[in-house]
Design a protein around this ligand. Structure first.
Ligand code: FES
Length: 216
């Protein structure tokens, strides 16, 4: 295909430069800056991934055109960078910064920050009640079940909907929207495969102080 802005070699050089920059970014020790960079890359990724995926999907209806387009070396590389299968519908890789797949360039791993929160006294928590909480944009809920306290993500897996209006049956939390049944101990859904909520460590001190460790 004709060169538009730069040729294949220059494109390859740009990729190598990106690879090098990602490796340098990996060395950033300041967590705030690293998180900021990570977020920028995530949004960059989303902004490009969605329309690119739509273009590739639309092209499946025009196989001749698609074949011509995907012959182009730079198009192939771009599809690889976004994990877009040239033949199939694209898939997301879970838990990675998709902008730069690990096979191609260095990855940016984000260290999570953790804080222990003091959330009142165990004796003040009503048994079998859900208490929604928020810390550093992490929505979670705590609940006392008998002598234990559990802390779990307050957002149904695969949805933006909170689950603190759900019902409790022993240590199972039933999502109010479509009935997903989560085990508070593990976070796993017992009636839906592959659904899971994040759980957070809980400690109850001798005087009854409840502490929850939130990662964000
Ligand atoms: S939103 Fe929770 S089961 Fe659908």
């Amino acid at each position: 295909m004709e060169k538009v802005l730069f040729n294949n070699e220059q494109y390859e050089e740009a990729l190598e430069k990106l690879d090098q920059l990602m490796r340098e970014a990996e060395q950033i020790s300041d967590v705030d800056h690293k998180v900021l960079l990570y977020n920028v890359l995530q949004y960059f990724d989303s902004i490009h991934r969605e329309p690119l995926a739509r273009i590739m999907n639309a092209l499946t209806k025009h196989p001749d055109l698609k074949n011509r387009i995907v012959q182009d070396e730079t198009v192939q590389k771009l599809c690889n960078l976004y994990d877009l299968a040239i033949e199939d519908v694209p898939t997301e890789k879970e838990g990675v910064v998709g902008f730069v797949p690990v096979e191609n360039v260095g990855m940016l791993s984000i260290p999570k920050q953790k804080d222990w929160l003091e959330l009142g006294n165990y004796h003040e928590l009503e048994n079998q009640k859900l208490y929604p909480k928020n810390y550093e944009r992490v929505n979670f809920l705590i609940s006392r079940i008998g002598s234990e306290v559990f802390a779990i993500q307050n957002q149904c897996d695969g949805s933006v909907l909170p689950i603190d209006k759900g019902t409790l049956e022993d240590h199972y939390l039933i999502c109010p929207w479509h009935g997903c049944r989560y085990d508070l101990k593990t976070g796993e859904a017992v009636n839906e495969a592959n659904k899971k909520l994040e759980t957070f460590p809980v400690e109850i001190e001798e005087d009854g102080l409840v502490k929850v460790e939130i990662s964000y």
